[in-house]
Design a binder for this molecule. Structure first.
Ligand code: ZN
Length: 496
């Protein structure tokens, strides 16, 4: 059991003393020359940034001058709603594909094999191509296929190959990486802005930072340490915008900054009855073939043959803060039911509670993975750049809508997805030439122009014909039948 409970995921590496500061850079693949055929000259570049676990309201108890300035210069959503399960790899892959998690299939941070009992933690799962390449293409690949140059630094999913293709400019973090080091953050930013956007002329880059998730887990979302990390994020946002300015990219680069999920305080200290599956009457791990628990507030169980109903009945209603579902009975709004990788029984806890297996082994002060309706699970969303309105506060939207927004900004045709541009286009300034970048919009525009021309021509023909008829009629009336004018008036009315 211990190997199952010894968590090496990114959430826990700090606790395991993995702050090594050891930095290595993966070589960047050279990108081929850009195919500019069909691309318009008005397309702006796009930088997608994720600060892992940055809750929507983290700027409320900390001074964040750079984020505030960015909001004045651009758009700030009140919050956004992530897909369920609200954990890192699944939620990030939703940003990259616009699909709910049951549709893109990256259902957990961990890869697992229910037959061999093998599990891979967050980092090693990054390298399992088949786990990510599961029917949904991330935006890098779609952009590359349509002639754009894409890059990614540390973003979940970067290491994998999709239909034989990788994001061509990429940097994957080493095995034991310090995700919190501000100096490294700046080196990574210099690389993305200076080398990738400025020198290599990339069109799109996704950039990932592992904080303030780690601080939120370790110290809790209400801790001074989390607030200090938000200050570091804010300084970093200022640094990014300065670098963009230094390289003359401000008017040609849109920036979207968001996160995968939020964070909430874990309730402990004898105040609450913890959820420990082994203590539940009628439940036994002897009835379970494979389980994924001890991972925050959600878990999955594969009962042994013939044991599903027994396990389900034992767990259902066993704890007032534990929700137990057969996977096909999961609430449809969570979109976490319809995928073969999901195990037959899905568990999730109310805010503040985590699900333990044999004994309590989770000691984080903050957690995520809860229902995406819980306000503490909502991330922040900011955007700035030539295509965004200034000083706008947007109503909330789901993060599945970020993907079609990004495709629109890049002028590429999206893959099938669960979002819609209608949910975010209010944030965009109308730009006459933007549609020229988007083949789909281009066809629509051409159709509208064509239809207008035909309509105009027909109206003109109608006016000329009518005028001519009236003129002739009036002339005839004046010349030959002045006495029958009243009768002709009736005829005119009926003939029209
Ligand atoms: Zn995360």
């Amino acid at each position: 059991m211990l190997k199952d409970t010894l968590c090496l995921c990114m959430r826990c590496r700090e606790d395991l003393g993995m702050r090594t500061g050891w930095i290595t850079s993966s070589p960047c693949a050279a990108a081929p020359p850009r195919d500019t055929a069909g691309s318009g000259s008005t397309r702006n570049k796009l930088l997608l940034i994720s600060f892992d676990g940055f809750r929507w309201d983290y700027d409320r108890d900390v001074d964040t001058p750079n984020l505030d300035e960015m909001a004045q210069d651009g758009v700030k959503a009140q919050y956004v709603t992530p897909a369920f399960l609200t954990i890192t790899s699944p939620a990030h892959f939703t940003l990259l594909t616009g699909r709910y998690i049951e549709n893109h299939g990256v259902i957990h941070n961990m890869w697992f094999n229910t037959t061999t009992q093998e599990k891979k933690q967050y980092y090693m799962t990054q390298f399992v191509d088949s786990y990510w390449d599961n029917g949904s293409l991330p935006i890098w690949i779609t952009a590359q296929r349509q002639g754009l140059k894409a890059g990614s630094l540390h973003f979940p999913g970067t290491a994998a190959k999709y239909k034989g293709e990788i994001v061509r400019v990429r940097q994957v973090e080493p095995r034991f990486y310090d995700y919190s080091n501000e100096t490294d953050w700046r080196l990574n930013i210099d690389k993305v802005i200076g080398e990738w956007f400025h020198q290599q002329d990339l069109d799109f880059v996704s950039l990932y930072f592992g904080e303030p998730d780690l601080a939120g887990h370790k110290y809790g979302p209400d801790s001074p340490e989390r607030r200090e990390m938000v200050r570091q994020v804010d300084r970093t946002v200022g640094y990014i915008r300065d670098k963009i300015q230094d390289h003359g990219l401000t008017d040609r680069l849109n920036i979207i900054i968001t996160a995968d999920h939020g964070m909430t305080t874990v309730l402990r200290g004898g105040l609450v009855e913890e959820i420990v599956l082994s203590k539940i009457p009628g439940f036994s791990f002897n009835d379970i073939k494979f389980h994924l628990v001890d991972y925050g507030p959600a878990g999955m169980l594969l009962p042994k043959e013939g044991m599903l109903e027994k396990v389900y009945q034992a767990l259902k209603g066993s704890h007032p803060h534990l929700h137990v579902y057969k996977k096909e009975e999961m609430p449809a709004r969570l979109h976490y039911s319809n995928h073969p990788r999901l195990l037959p029984i899905i568990l999730f806890a109310d805010p503040g509670y985590v699900i333990n297996g044999l004994i309590p082994v989770q000691f984080h002060k903050g957690e995520h993975g809860f229902d995406n309706q819980v306000m503490d699970m909502k991330p922040f969303f900011r955007a700035v750049g030539p295509d965004f309105h200034k000083n706008m506060v947007s109503t909330p939207f789901e993060t599945v809508n970020v993907y079609p927004l990004m495709c629109h900004l890049l002028g590429i045709n999206p893959e099938i997805n669960d979002g819609h541009l209608d949910n975010t286009k209010h944030m965009l300034v109308p730009r006459k030439n933007m549609e020229g970048n988007n083949p789909e919009m281009n066809i629509q525009s051409q159709a509208v122009v064509g239809l207008s021309a035909v309509t105009g021509f027909l109206v003109l023909v109608f006016i000329v014909t009518t005028s001519y008829t009236l003129y002739k009629r009036n002339s005839a009336e004046r010349s030959y039948k002045p006495e029958h004018a009243a009768g002709e008036e009736k005829m005119k009315q009926t003939s029209f």
